[in-house]
Design a binder for this molecule. Structure first.
Ligand code: SAM
Ligand code: SF4
Length: 473
């Protein structure tokens, strides 16, 4: 399966796997579970670091935790329902262990604020995405029997100085947050309300974090932001006016750390990805030839209502440009079925733009109206659930066909693969990824290789989700 791992269904609700630690040195144990996009998973690593510094020890056994945190997602109603269900399970746990504190972090905390404390009686702490530094104080407040809340959004918080503790990492790939918030007002989206204004993190701190990861054996970093192409950082601390760092420059700086460090990034808004970025991707071998370029819809009318600021034709021209400047580049997308007023013709436009773009992979959703968004205020959610689901099924079917076709085109080709670990099915096979993000499985044979090594693999078979091959010299 091709995935940029940005919203990985297999990881939803994944708990914190602790590093080796000394159980005697911690005053309390915390457990943290994450939902939603990669930004949330990266944020949980920042939270773990903040708590750890304050003497809290990690555990992946919720039963022994004094503090239970859920890092939440509000993007669709279903995501919120999953969290609510989980919280009721914690209610039972709390009954058996009075004194255990439950905290809600992230987007749902920001969206529901104190309503959370009223509605969900079992919640003790509510913390928005920009307020994690205040967690230790809030825990103290909750320990003294008061409900604790901080949902202030910030214009400049980037947690730049905090070195995240890597959670459940394979030791090879890591997420590095390069910016926070979003200034695009896509009409369906709750993110600008839950994560606040866009701000870019200090470039130097990003490079340092990536370098440190490389020195610790990591071989792949994914630079994260809601809209990475609008990254723009000026160092105001310098006396002379420093040159601004654009996303293209940042990519280059990270790529220059070592040719052995692969660089990925997500997400690119089609309106912001520039020729300069594409040139940079093409120029550096270790910048992965893979772009997540969410289209959302193939109909210009719907795109306008979504406030995506591009038309179908404009998007297609961008895909053409990528294919021209970065030959062999993998492209994936996010697609929403059944947005307000969507007709069968609009839906067919979505299917045809998928075919035009030849996506290797897509994240596909049906529209879920979110309170407070522009779409909720302006338009009726007038496509029935039945129709939404049928259209989504069409979209999934189209993507399955495109993914298989894309994999078949790779038969007979040789790719450089970064080994991530054993394949899921057998300890006799390695699993790794091509630069295009495709999962490749191949027999270990007699070769003396390990996780984090690069190896050339010739593809000789495939399924819709995986390439299969053999090591070549
Ligand atoms: N910033 C990224 C972008 O612009 O593509 C991704 C943001 S969001 C976390 C990931 C995806 O969720 C979006 O690209 C969109 O397809 C989907 N999404 C957002 N709001 C949605 C909604 N109300 N209903 C269904 N899907 C939604
Ligand atoms: Fe949401 Fe649009 Fe911002 Fe992505 S770019 S986070 S879809 S508002």
């Amino acid at each position: 399966m091709v995935t940029d791992k940005v919203h990985d269904e297999t990881k939803q609700g994944e708990a914190y796997a602790p590093f080796k630690d000394d159980p005697t040195v911690y005053r309390k144990r915390f457990y943290i579970e994450s939902y939603g996009c990669a930004m949330n998973f990266a944020d949980s690593e920042v939270v773990a670091s903040i708590l750890h510094k304050e003497g809290f020890g990690p555990t992946k056994n919720v039963e022994e935790a004094d503090l239970i945190f859920v890092n939440t997602c509000s993007i669709r109603e279903k995501a919120e329902q999953t969290v609510r269900k989980r919280l009721t399970e914690f209610r039972k746990l709390k009954k058996n262990r009075p004194g255990t504190l439950v905290g809600v972090l992230g987007c749902m905390a920001e969206r529901l604020k104190s309503k959370f404390l009223e509605e969900e009686k079992l919640v003790d702490i509510v913390v928005g995405p920009d307020a994690y530094r205040s967690l230790p104080g809030l825990v103290e407040e909750a320990e003294s029997g008061h409900k604790a809340i901080n949902v202030l959004l910030s214009r400049d918080e980037t947690y730049a100085d905090i070195s995240p503790i890597r959670l459940n990492s394979n030791g090879i790939s890591a997420f590095v947050s390069i910016m926070r918030g979003c200034n695009n007002m896509c009409s369906f989206c709750v993110v600008p309300f839950t994560r606040g204004r866009e701000r870019s993190r200090d470039a130097e701190s990003i490079i340092n974090e990536c370098r440190e990861l490389f020195d610790n054996g990591y071989r792949e970093v994914t630079l994260l932001g809601q809209n990475v192409d609008s990254y723009y950082y000026t160092d105001n601390s310098q006396q002379a006016i420093a040159e601004p760092v654009t996303f293209a420059k940042l990519l280059e700086k990270v790529a220059l750390i070592s040719p052995l460090l692969r660089v990925r990034f997500s997400t690119s808004h089609p309106k912001d990805i520039t020729d300069e970025v594409l040139h940079t991707i093409a120029r550096y071998e270790n910048i992965c030839k893979y772009i997540h370029l969410p289209v959302q819809s193939g109909s210009s009318r719907i795109l306008q209502m979504m406030n995506r600021t591009y038309t179908r034709e404009w998007y297609q021209a961008k895909v053409d440009r990528i294919r021209e400047m970065v030959p062999g580049c993998g492209i994936s997308s996010d697609i929403i079925a059944g947005f307000c007023t969507e007709t069968e013709e609009d839906h067919r436009d979505t299917l045809s733009i998928m075919e035009y773009s030849n996506y290797d992979y897509s994240y596909m959703f049906f529209y879920s109206e979110r309170p407070g968004t522009l779409a909720q205020r302006r338009y009726a959610d007038d496509v029935s659930e039945e129709v939404k689901k049928r259209r989504l099924a069409d979209i999934v079917e189209m993507q399955n066909r495109l993914s298989l076709e894309s994999n078949k085109k790779d038969l007979g080709k040789t790719f450089e693969i970064l080994i991530e670990g054993d394949s899921k099915k057998s300890g006799k096979d390695w699993m790794g990824r091509s630069s295009q993000g495709k999962v490749v499985v191949f027999p270990k044979k007699h070769y003396d290789l390990k996780k984090g090594d690069y190896v050339m693999v010739r593809v000789n078979d495939c399924t819709q989700g995986t390439l299969l091959g053999n090591i070549v010299h």
